[in-house]
Design a protein around this ligand. Structure first.
Ligand code: AHR
Length: 339
């Protein structure tokens, strides 16, 4: 679900950052040459079939990533796209070089989820300089380096801050406003991790009975989440709640909690984000309390945006995706949305 005319506070903030007239953006120390004139128009997108589209994935180590990649494969033929696909295997530098290879191949359009906000920003400017339009999906880049509407067409994605708010609101209710929380953060430097932390921590700070006793990255990965939780459980045996930035880390935490002889969902309340099939099954089993959905189905949205852009339509700088919410009250009737 998404709307092309959605406004938001973050979007409004972006609009306030005006480029200095006539200035050059000096960029990318350590990431290769990337200078772009702030006032240059965005590259045009030809209306042709097939359109050569580069999709540079970050990694393929969880159901969310697999569902995202599948949504691009599924839409390609229907959208008239000839896809060039890469997988960065959880490496920022590989994702940058994958994208640089696509630029060298002169793809018509680049679509990608930037693994981290800062390291992936300069390559957006390199694409612009090469005359290739870019759509960012899922995660965004550092707006002080590359800016939506000026350096790339748009960001299509969820409101990660709001996801953090929704997770925290659920946890406050579920614990009666009293909890000692371990936070399992996503990939350090990823917009999804930065903003999910910001949103959650904001609400917790307003609840004096709720304390974040430890917060550490599990890199959005199940086994890393399990290992981190195992260590933190030893250091903080008094923990009563877990907030994981994604379902995979929550599932890893559940394994660690059980291994420590505690009952997830009873001794320790767990809230998370994604709405994967595995997460929804854990809610049904009573081990996971709730999951805020984070939709990975960007293929059709990117196709729609690209077609509108090619026709000359004005695209908002943020195409915001709205997400569902699952807990024990509604998980069974929503199982068809799991992935
Ligand atoms: O950026 C979205 C996050 O990335 C998803 O929550 C996570 O599962 C994925 O790896």
């Amino acid at each position: 679900m998404a709307s092309l005319n959605t406004q938001s506070r973050k979007h409004a903030r972006r609009q306030q950052i005006r480029p200095l007239a006539g200035s050059l953006l000096a960029l990318a120390i350590g990431f290769g040459v990337a200078t772009a004139h702030a006032d240059d128009a965005l590259p045009k997108l030809p209306s042709k079939t097939p359109l050569k589209v580069g999709f540079a994935q970050t990694e393929s180590n969880n159901p969310w990533r697999l569902a995202e990649t599948k949504s691009f494969k599924d839409i390609a033929a229907k959208c008239g796209w000839q896809l060039v696909m890469t997988d960065a295997n959880s490496s920022n530098s590989k994702q940058v070089s994958d994208i640089q290879n696509m630029i060298a191949q002169h793809v018509d359009l680049l679509v990608f989820p930037p693994r981290e906000e800062k390291p992936l920003a300069p390559v957006v400017l390199q694409a612009k300089k090469a005359g290739i339009p870019v759509i960012l999906v899922d995660r965004d880049v550092d707006q002080s380096v590359a800016k939506a509407g000026r350096d790339y067409i748009t960001f299509i994605g969820s409101d990660f801050i709001d996801q953090g708010h929704r997770a925290a609101d659920w946890l406050v209710k579920a614990t009666g406003g009293k909890a000692k929380i371990i936070e399992l953060e996503g990939t350090t430097g990823a917009s999804a991790a930065n903003d999910r932390k910001k949103g959650f921590d904001e609400i917790i700070a307003k609840n004096p009975g709720m304390t974040i006793i430890a917060s550490q990255s599990g890199d959005f990965a199940r086994d890393k989440g399990r290992q981190v939780m195992e260590t933190l459980l030893q250091a903080h045996p008094d923990v009563t709640a877990v907030y994981a930035h994604n379902d995979e880390m929550a599932l890893g935490a559940i394994a660690a909690i059980k291994a420590a002889g505690k009952q997830p969902g009873k001794d320790i309340q767990i809230v998370t984000i994604d709405g994967t099939k595995g997460g929804m099954d854990a809610i049904a089993a009573g081990e996971l309390g709730a999951s805020v959905q984070s939709s990975p189905f960007f293929g059709p949205l990117a196709c729609d945006v690209a077609q509108r852009y090619a026709k000359g339509e004005k695209i908002p700088t943020w195409v915001k995706v709205s997400d569902r919410f699952y807990d024990k009250s509604n998980v069974q009737q929503n199982m068809q949305y799991g992935y």
